[in-house]
Design a binder for this molecule. Structure first.
Ligand SMILES: Nc1ncnc2c1ncn2[C@@H]1O[C@H](COP(=O)(O)OP(=O)(O)OP(=O)(O)O)[C@@H](O)[C@H]1O
Ligand code: SF4
Ligand SMILES: [Mg+2]
Length: 370
């Protein structure tokens, strides 16, 4: 196993309590030259990410815009192909499935998108939108389809008589209920919820979150919940992963990570959570500098160009993934002693020698290439 691969070897290996296991997942998007269409670089959208999700649990995935959350969710579902790494769903290697096996697996792994309007065909009534895939995957016999769709709609808070209406006749919250009903109708085990409430106003957000929780309880669902909204993530998640520039920098049970964030990036991100009590003083950490390009991330720790606690080693060596306290994983040199890590010292010496030889500084990754 390469050093990079060992970075995020996380949590436990295959075990039946996990519905989903993601090992060293990588998704790079090639950057083509405009003339010869040659690959001249890669956008490192997901860069060696590993985590597990237990059955009937919710993992929240957070991080700044463009850090790779959606790409991670889509690559797990094989809606886009991985560059490397492994994804196990219920013990099965998702990327080893044939086209037909994947088609049969599809109903079990669903996604709900941020923008409900654009993911609903404007030309079909919603009863048909929900029924389409149910029919395709033979979820129920044809003579039971109509009743089945009515039941699914009612479970999602949509009266069955709405079946004949078209998506434009609904509010944003109702459209998101339609999207959830469409996924739920396939009797899934796992749903990637990609910013499912970001397009909705606060009171409707609460209704949709309650619906998701109620459905999880009733149908034993497992969620990967992607969101910018840390308060929502804290409310709904059992565990939380924090991503920065395609890399997972911290992962822990929700109460642990919110009460004791370890990584300086997580601390800065969480310091922006609004507190309802005006007497409570918030020590907001303002991050300096812009997010580096994922096409040319900084060497060493990708966050070193913006981290107030950056040390020399951070500029040269990517921090190892470490269980700092039980179940609380973090990649940061503050929790690794370089004097005890011969390979890190060797890596740093080589990187410094290479830097001196080239006469350049490895903070150049912070310059935007795109
Ligand atoms: N199809 C694509 N081709 C090339 N680059 C892509 C593609 N999809 C995403 N990217 C790039 O990959 C990186 C991660 O994008 P992604 O959409 O996964 O981020 P995100 O964390 O979901 O952001 P947001 O919070 O804004 O939704 C970005 O730099 C984005 O520009
Ligand atoms: S490894 Fe260094 S630069 Fe990265 S978050 Fe930790 S202290 Fe900051
Ligand atoms: Mg996204």
């Amino acid at each position: 196993m390469s050093k990079k691969e060992s970075l995020q070897k996380t949590v436990t290996m295959a075990s039946s309590e996990n519905l989903l296991e993601v090992h060293n997942l990588v998704k790079y998007f090639p950057i083509k030259s405009s003339f010869f269409k040659r690959t001249i670089g890669n956008v490192k959208a997901v860069d060696h990410v590993s985590f597990n999700i237990k059955r009937q649990h919710t993992m929240g995935l957070v991080g700044e815009s463009g850090c790779g959350k959606s790409t991670c969710g889509r690559t797990i579902l094989r809606l886009i192909e991985k560059t490397s790494g492994e994804v196990y769903f219920d013990g099965q290697d998702v990327y080893a499935l044939t086209k037909e096996e994947l088609r049969r697996m599809r109903p079990r792994m669903q996604i709900v998108f941020q923008d409900p309007y654009s993911s609903l065909s404007p030309r079909l009534p919603i009863g048909e939108i929900i029924a389409e895939a149910v029919r395709e995957h033979n979820i129920v016999p044809a003579n039971e389809l109509n009743d089945y769709i009515s039941r699914v709609m009612e479970v999602c808070g949509l009266p069955a008589y709405y079946k004949e209406r078209y998506p434009h006749e609904f509010s944003g919250g109702q459209r998101q209920r339609i999207c959830i009903a469409r996924s739920l109708a396939l009797a899934p085990d796992f749903i990637v919820c990609d910013e499912p409430v970001s397009a909705l106003d606060v009171s409707i957000q609460a209704q949709i979150i309650n619906l998701l929780e109620q459905l999880q309880e009733e149908f034993g669902l497992t969620y990967l919940f992607i969101s910018h909204d840390l308060s929502v993530v804290e409310h709904i998640s059992d565990t939380v992963g924090v991503m920065y520039l395609g890399t997972l920098v911290e992962y822990a049970p929700t109460d642990l990570i919110f009460s004791n964030p370890l990584n300086p990036y997580t601390k800065a991100l969480f310091s922006a959570i609004p507190v309802p009590d005006p007497d409570v003083k918030i020590n907001r950490i303002i991050l300096e500098g812009s997010i580096p390009s994922p096409a040319n991330p900084p060497a060493g720790c990708k966050f070193h160009t913006r981290c107030s606690q950056c040390q020399e080693v951070c500029k040269y060596v990517a921090p190892r993934w470490k269980e700092v306290e039980p179940e609380h994983f973090c990649a940061c040199h503050l929790y690794n002693d370089i004097s005890e890590d011969a390979s890190a010292r060797e890596e740093m010496a080589k990187a410094k020698a290479a830097e001196e030889a080239s006469g350049s500084s490895n903070t150049e990754g912070s310059k935007d290439l795109l």
